[in-house]
Design a binder for this molecule. Structure first.
Ligand code: SAH
Length: 378
């Protein structure tokens, strides 16, 4: 698919044609990642943040927000609960909080790995190469860092630099890939200033940068964030700027479906932001239009309401046990099964196999003379 074809789909309004897109995406999902829906237990471990992201409700400038950082024991309790509920993975997410030190996170990873068989996904913002390496060596399996938009002018406008350092999320994603993390990224849909051209380019970037997991969700204005103060929700048909991508539920399904077609072997979540726009069946429609992952929220309720990156998050009142039963029913009703085990994406498995092969080939290069002599003596 090229840019023009992608833009055509993004602007498509004919429901019959869109039905074809949903069907193609669903077929591709079935062929490449199967019928299982993988569940990831999300733990929002801290809402402290040192950044000023213009879109986000927990950015540093929001002075009225009560801040929290979970203790190691609280996080471990949630991880054990994830294991009991049968999840294969926990996702540890936070604002960009340097109070979560390299050593503390390393210790947390060791503890979770000692007490559970869970895969660990980190989503802690832009951290440096050396800590990413340490965490990977300690046992972290995956890392999520959305590039938010591939339009660098727009990105820097909504995501100001930090301590005189310009953010380069693409460089960090490359490092994560090289370190051997299963690497996830994604974008928000309908950011004020986001054009169809730039969204089409985002989709092509997913392919180009070799991602294993891709999460996309609508931009939801938060009244306590600078962007949220300026912008109300946009409407797909009645749009004052024809180049502006609307932040609608329909546009999100289109991007989920196109992501599946462009990157068929990746894991794609049906996101909470999507479920927040349509609490009735947004999550299910996402799963039927390309997605194969859901991230139930395991954050203790007293903290969950403080991790308000956008308002009216679908999960605010969901108690883990009740929500789990509800989710299992809904997934089964769709004719899908619950994923067992870690649920690595086929894309990652193929990449790993490829690396192992290359590694083995390298090991098969002629044995140095000194070693040959030793071998003969033995
Ligand atoms: N500090 C981490 C985690 C941020 S929250 C990081 O920066 O990576 C995870 C994601 O929530 C963000 O990457 C962003 O895409 C999304 N998000 C933040 N504010 C949002 C909003 N107002 N509407 C929709 N999604 C939002």
């Amino acid at each position: 698919m090229n840019t023009q074809q992608i833009i055509k789909w993004l602007k498509e309004q004919d429901s019959h044609k869109l039905d074809q897109l949903w069907q193609q995406a669903d077929r591709s999902r079935y062929e490449h990642v199967g019928n299982q829906v993988h569940l990831r237990g999300l733990i929002e471990i801290s809402n402290h943040c040192s950044r000023q992201c213009q879109y986000c409700g927990i950015q540093a400038g929001n002075r009225s927000l009560q801040r929290y950082r979970m203790t190691m024991d609280e996080i471990l309790t949630c991880a054990l609960q994830a294991q009991e509920l049968g999840y294969g993975t926990v996702v540890l997410q936070a604002g960009e909080d340097f109070g979560l030190t390299t050593e503390w996170i390393t210790k947390l990873i060791y503890k979770i790995k000692t007490k559970t068989a869970l895969a660990i996904t980190l989503s802690l913002g832009e951290r440096n190469d050396s800590e990413l390496r340490k965490w990977q060596q300690a046992g972290a399996d995956r890392y999520l860092l959305r590039f938010e938009t591939s339009d660098s002018e727009l990105f820097h406008r909504i995501h100001p630099g930090h301590a005189n350092k310009i953010s380069d999320r693409f460089a960090i994603l490359e490092t994560l890939n090289q370190l051997g993390y299963e690497t996830g990224s994604g974008v928000m849909i309908g950011i004020p200033g986001q054009t169809y051209d730039s969204l089409a380019n985002d989709l092509l970037q997913f392919q180009k940068i070799n991602l294993d997991m891709i999460g996309v969700g609508p931009f939801i204005p938060h009244p306590a964030s600078p962007l949220g103060k300026q912008h109300a929700n946009l409407n797909e048909k009645n749009n004052p700027d024809p180049n502006q991508v609307p932040n609608t539920e329909l546009m999100t399904y289109k991007v989920v479906a196109l992501t599946r077609l462009l990157c068929p072997q990746t894991n794609i979540p049906s996101t909470t932001a999507l479920a927040s726009l349509n609490q009735n069946n947004g999550r299910e429609l996402g799963l039927q239009r390309g997605a194969n992952v859901v991230m139930p929220n395991l954050t203790p309720l007293q903290y969950r309401k403080l991790y308000e990156i956008y308002p009216a998050k679908a999960c605010l009142q969901e108690k883990p046990d009740d929500f789990h039963k509800h989710l299992i029913n809904r997934i089964t009703e769709l004719g899908r099964t619950i994923g067992l085990g870690r649920g690595d994406s086929p894309h990652f498995k193929a990449k790993k196999k490829d690396n192992v092969t290359r590694f083995t080939l390298r090991r098969k290069t002629p044995t140095p003379k000194i070693m040959q002599r030793q071998v003969r003596r033995d």
